[in-house]
Unconditional design. Structure first.
Length: 352
C-alpha cells in the first residue's frame, strides 16, 4: 500500500514536470502586414536531435522555394549549433504572428495545444505518431485528444507511411499529409568500394536497451561475436556518426515504435548491412533485398538473424558490402531533399 502510494506520487510529480517543459511560449499576434510566413514552433533543445534537424531542413527548403518560413524558438538568440546552418530563425520574444501565417507545431506540445492563440492557423507536425497521446490520460481526456477543442487545426503532417496511416485512423476528420524524411547523403555515404572494413558492429545503446542486452548476450553465448568489435554510437557529432557507420559493415537496429527511424536509414546510406527491428515505421525502407527486418520484440529471431549475417560476412564480405551499397542507393533515391521539396510544395499549396 505504502509503495503503491509512493509510486503514484512520483508519477504525478514526473507528469507535472513533463507538462511544464511542454508549455509553448507566449506568442503575440497582430493584423496581417505582408506575405504570410510559415513558422515552425520548436523547443530550445541544444542536444542533437533528428527531429530538430528535419524542422530546420523544412524551413530551408521552403525559403529556397519562395515560401517565407522560419524556425520559431522560445528564447531570443537561440539556434541549434550542433550542425552547420544559416536557417532563418525567429523567437517568440520578438515575432508577431498574424492570422495569415501558418503556425506549425511539433506533436511534442500536444498537452498544451489549447494554450496557443485561437486565431492562428495551425498545422501539427507529428514526427512520431506513437507519441501523440503522451500525457493524455484516457480517464481524464475526451475523444479526439489532444486535438479536441483546439481551434484552427487545419491539418496534420506525418513523416512516414506508417505514421500517416496511424494519424488518419486516430483523427478521421482532420486532413493528413506526409513529408518524407531526408537522409543527408553528403554526410552519410558508403566508404571506398574496394576497402573491406574491419569486423565492427554498430548500434545505438540508448534504443531498447534491455532488448539490446538480450540480443548481445545471446550472440556472445553462441560465440557469434568472436573476432568482432562492438561500436556503440551515442553522444557524438553527426560527422563522427557517419565516419563510424562507414567503418562498420553491420548495423544492429533496435528501433521501437518510430516516427520514421532515422538511425537505420543513415546506416544503410553509409553502406552498412542492417539487421533488426524496423520500429514499424521503418518497414517502408527495410527491404529483404538488402537488409534483414526482424519481427518486433522477437529477440531470439533477432539474435539468430544477426548471427547469420555475421557468419555470411566471414565467408563473403564482398557480398555483404554489395548489399550495403544497394541499400545506400535505395536510401539516396527515396529520401532526398528534392523529394522533400516536392512534398512540402504539394502540402502547403493548400494553405498559402
Amino acid at each position: 500500500m505504502v509503495m503503491g502510494a509512493a509510486r503514484r506520487v512520483a508519477h504525478a510529480v514526473q507528469r507535472a514536470q513533463d507538462l511544464k517543459v511542454r508549455q509553448p511560449p507566449v506568442i503575440r499576434t497582430g493584423p496581417p502586414t505582408g506575405e504570410p510566413v510559415v513558422y515552425y514552433l520548436t523547443p530550445d533543445n541544444p542536444r542533437p536531435s533528428g527531429g530538430l534537424r528535419q524542422i530546420y531542413r523544412h524551413v530551408d527548403l521552403l525559403n529556397a522555394s519562395g515560401t517565407a518560413a522560419a524556425v520559431l524558438h522560445h528564447e531570443r538568440g537561440f539556434r541549434c549549433d550542433w550542425f552547420p546552418n544559416d536557417t532563418r530563425v525567429a523567437s517568440a520574444a520578438d515575432a508577431v504572428l498574424t492570422p495569415a501565417d501558418l503556425l506549425v507545431v511539433a506533436e511534442w506540445y500536444g498537452p498544451a495545444l489549447g494554450r496557443l492563440p485561437a486565431e492562428l492557423r495551425k498545422i501539427v507536425f507529428n514526427q512520431n505518431a506513437y507519441r501523440t497521446f503522451d500525457q493524455q490520460p484516457f480517464d481524464t481526456t475526451t475523444a479526439g485528444a489532444p486535438l479536441a477543442g483546439v481551434a484552427n487545426v487545419l491539418a496534420l503532417l506525418a513523416v512516414s507511411e506508417d505514421n500517416e496511416e496511424f494519424l488518419r485512423y486516430a483523427f478521421p476528420q482532420v486532413p493528413v499529409g506526409r513529408a518524407r524524411v531526408v537522409v543527408d547523403t553528403d554526410v552519410f555515404f558508403p566508404g571506398d568500394r574496394d576497402e573491406i572494413p574491419a569486423r565492427r558492429i554498430a548500434y545505438l545503446p540508448r534504443r531498447r536497451r534491455a532488448d539490446a542486452e538480450q540480443v548481445l548476450h545471446l550472440l556472445r553465448a553462441r560465440g557469434a561475436l568472436s573476432g568482432w568489435e562492438l561500436v556503440p554510437i551515442d553522444g557524438v557529432p553527426e560527422q563522427r556518426i557517419a565516419e563510424l557507420l562507414r567503418e562498420c559493415p553491420v548495423f544492429l537496429s533496435f528501433s521501437e515504435r518510430e516516427g520514421f527511424g532515422l538511425p537505420p536509414a543513415e546506416a544503410m546510406a553509409s553502406g552498412a548491412y542492417v539487421v533488426g527491428f524496423t520500429g514499424l515505421a521503418g518497414r517502408e525502407f527495410f527491404d529483404e533485398m538488402f537488409s534483414v527486418p526482424v519481427p518486433e520484440d522477437d529477440v531470439l529471431a533477432f539474435a539468430k538473424r544477426a548471427a547469420q549475417a555475421l557468419e555470411t560476412y566471414e565467408t563473403d564480405p564482398g557480398g555483404v558490402r554489395a548489399m550495403g551499397r544497394l541499400a545506400a542507393h535505395h536510401i539516396r533515391d527515396r529520401y532526398s531533399a528534392d523529394g522533400l521539396r516536392d512534398d512540402l510544395a504539394a502540402f502547403y499549396s493548400r494553405f498559402l
